[in-house]
Design a protein around this ligand. Structure first.
Ligand SMILES: Nc1ncnc2c1ncn2[C@@H]1O[C@H](COP(=O)(O)OP(=O)(O)OP(=O)(O)O)[C@@H](O)[C@H]1O
Length: 238
């Protein structure tokens, strides 16, 4: 999958600036960057939910029944249905069959919550249902916006293990995260976004070596110009 010379503006607010990069199948690419740097916007463009203002996104292997799975930053499900019914509904939409819904539920460790109404889940459980939903039908590209946010340390690790399994099976996994340690340990590629631009992209080990630092946190601090404790808000002049 590749994105070429892509910009994205919300009206007059320019959020993404000239993004060109490729994402390989079988790899986990983690997007990291300050709050408001454009990670969600880039993931939505890559998932095909937003049309880039300029430039293009191209997918390979478009013969899959479901081309892209997507976990939004704040997943929400229609109330009045159980967890299993919700996932079966998504399965039927993508022609994946009922067994796939149960398999995905087990994969995220939520089989005991199968009969619980979706509106009665905790925040972390709702995100896990969202991850299960995103993986139904084995799409070749899976886009996860902060999949580990709000999860306890054990579940965060588990979610990154799910991402690793998906990548081993050939899926291109794109995700955003603020957990630099987990990203350092798990991602094949790291893409650092600052103020809507890609400031670094490569395997975490290579970019650490390039800068002669020990941790991804040090890479981040070296690469991101934002002042700590402030958020750069595009479209607002100070
Ligand atoms: N619908 C919208 N209309 C106008 N501006 C928007 C809209 N959505 C996002 N933005 C702006 O785009 C910029 C990038 O937002 P985005 O959500 O992509 O950042 P992010 O890197 O995902 O942030 P975070 O880490 O806080 O989730 C922000 O300045 C935000 O205010």
């Amino acid at each position: 999958m590749e994105i070429t010379s892509a910009d994205y503006n919300y009206g007059s607010v320019e959020v993404l600036d000239d993004i060109t990069t490729t994402f390989g199948e079988g790899t986990i690419t983690a997007l990291i960057g300050p709050n408001g740097s454009g990670k969600t916007t880039l993931l939505r463009v890559l998932a095909g939910l937003l049309e880039p203002t300029n430039g293009a996104v191209r997918y390979r292997g478009t013969d899959a029944t479901r081309r892209i799975g997507y976990l939004p930053q704040q997943p929400a499900f229609r109330p009045g249905f159980t967890v299993l019914e919700t996932l079966q509904f998504y399965s039927s939409l993508v022609g994946a069959g009922e067994a796939d819904a149960r398999k995905r539920l087990e994969q995220v460790g939520l089989e005991d919550a199968a009969e619980r109404p979706v509106e009665a889940l905790s925040g972390g459980m709702t995100r896990l249902v969202g991850i299960a939903q995103a993986t139904i039908g084995d799409p070749p590209v899976i886009v996860l916006d902060e999949p580990a946010s709000g999860l306890d340390p054990g579940m965060s690790k588990h979610v990154f293990e799910i991402a690793t399994d998906l990548a081993s099976a050939g899926t291109a996994v794109l995700l955003s995260s603020h957990d630099l340690e987990l990203v350092d340990r798990t991602a094949d590629e790291v893409l650092i976004l600052d103020d809507g631009r890609v400031v670094r992209h490569g395997p975490p080990g290579s970019i650490r070596a390039e800068l002669g630092v020990e941790s991804l946190r040090a890479v981040y601090e070296n690469s991101v110009a934002a002042e700590e404790g402030t958020v750069r808000v595009q479209g607002v002049s100070s």
